[in-house]
Design a protein around this ligand. Structure first.
Ligand SMILES: CC(C)(COP(=O)(O)OP(=O)(O)OC[C@H]1O[C@@H](n2cnc3c(N)ncnc32)[C@H](O)[C@@H]1OP(=O)(O)O)[C@@H](O)C(=O)NCCC(=O)NCCS
Length: 147
């Protein structure tokens, strides 16, 4: 049975690196705000091994009017364990946590190839695609959280 618990930014980077920044310097896996007290990192463990990570940042996107917005960053599941429902568990867990913490809306910059994954969980694209240099084509995606 997979379990999800709070982890540090350093632990999140262990999974971010091979999945999101493969072959790039480890420094490229550090995100601004990783160590803020308002930022939360969660890890999914199976057999006590960290398999997937997600990070939640307090961040307002100018496209949205909601007062309490959170941004998902660094969503990653180790390649050998993708497609087993771990990513979905991490997003669902985050939504449940944020619902209890006044969040009105979740948004993020989704990689083109992950758009279908997020759409399955009710997230929508807003606006046109854009390029993040060295990472690729992205879309802003969002979902309102009912409280
Ligand atoms: C995208 C990612 C986080 C998804 O996590 P995962 O554990 O592989 O996905 P899950 O097994 O939880 O999939 C949940 C559902 O989404 C579907 N799905 C998963 N990845 C998908 C994709 N890339 N496109 C479309 N659908 C996808 C699954 O088939 C599953 O559907 P079901 O509920 O009907 O069975 C993971 O594959 C990953 O780390 N990919 C590489 C890094 C990446 O792109 N991160 C996102 C950056 S924005």
């Amino acid at each position: 049975m997979p379990t999800i618990r709070k982890i540090s930014a350093q632990e999140a980077i262990i999974v971010r690196h091979p999945v999101l920044r493969d072959g790039k310097p480890i420094e490229s896996c550090h995100f601004d705000g990783d160590d803020l007290t308002t930022t939360q990192h969660f890890g999914l463990y199976e057999s006590e091994i960290l398999q997937g990570v997600i990070s939640l940042f307090e961040n307002i996107h100018p496209l949205f009017e909601e007062k309490y917005q959170m941004q998902i960053r660094g969503m990653a599941v180790l390649e050998n364990n993708q497609g087993k429902g771990f990513g979905k568990l991490l997003v669902t867990h985050s939504e449940q946590i944020l619902k209890t913490k006044k969040t009105d809306l979740i948004w993020f910059n989704a990689r083109e190839n992950a758009v279908g994954f997020y759409q399955k969980m009710g997230y929508e694209i807003i606006g046109n695609s854009f390029d993040i240099p060295n990472v690729g084509i992205h879309y802003v995606m969002w979902k309102k959280l009912g409280r």
